[in-house]
Design a protein around this ligand. Structure first.
Ligand code: PRP
Length: 211
């Protein structure tokens, strides 16, 4: 068995923050901080190997066992429902999933609501729970533009600071769920590398507590 714990980290600002937490927990890998385009880094002494992957792909690596553990946003976990264990709320990458639209938007229950989103599963689950009929337009980014151009009535999207909505004259109409980054584990890895994975999770929990 691979003696390393393979960790998929989300490339980008959140990933840097998350790596700092691993570092503080004692799993540093100094070469990661050097300016280079490498995607894999390991520290044999600490027994960890890090990969930088696209944030929305972390759960795929972990579900399929290419990574033992990883850090993924709750938005991705809710949207794709990967078969993984969620071990810890890392308390970073905090934002919320919300319905947004023009401030004067009034929903007419007599007609199908048109919703643009990157999060089709979250949107349909939410509106199903309300018994509201919707049509989903699945987009891959710049969702805010959809209601402005009349492509949709509202959007379901991530709101962090609210700046994107504000600058496009949109407002939060309903909050769906709070989001933050989560430590996830492959199910088989959690059995076979449980000591090490639990040690890492405990170390991170300690870092969160002292923050
Ligand atoms: C996300 C989200 C919003 C924005 C919210 O987009 O889809 O557009 O961030 O952040 P704010 O409330 O702080 O303005 P992202 O940057 O991931 O790009 P995307 O539009 O291509 O999905």
């Amino acid at each position: 068995m691979d003696k390393f714990v393979n960790v998929a980290l989300p490339k980008g600002r959140l990933g840097e923050k998350v790596y700092s937490m691993f570092e503080k927990a004692g799993y540093e890998c100094p070469s990661i901080r050097e300016p280079n385009r490498k995607l894999i880094f390991e520290n044999p002494e600490a027994g960890v190997r890090y990969f930088w992957v696209k944030p929305s792909d972390v759960a795929i690596y972990v579900e399929r066992g290419a990574a033992d553990i990883g850090v993924a946003g709750k938005d991705i976990l809710l949207e794709y429902e990967p078969d993984v264990f969620e071990l810890l709320d890392l308390n970073v990458g905090k934002c919320r999933m919300a319905v947004a639209g023009p401030g004067d938007f009034r929903d007419d229950p007599g007609r199908t609501l048109i919703v643009a989103t990157k999060f089709s599963n979250i949107a349909s689950t939410y509106y199903n729970s309300l018994g509201r009929d919707i049509d989903i337009i699945h987009l891959n980014g710049s969702i805010e533009i959809a209601p402005i151009l009349g492509l949709s009535d509202v959007i379901v999207d991530i709101v962090e600071t609210g700046a994107t909505l504000k600058e496009n004259n949109l407002e939060v109409l309903e909050n769906i769920v709070p989001i933050s980054a989560r430590l996830i584990s492959n199910k088989a890895s959690f059995r076979f590398k449980s000591d090490k994975i639990e040690e890492i999770a405990a170390g991170l929990a300690e870092v969160i507590k002292n923050d």
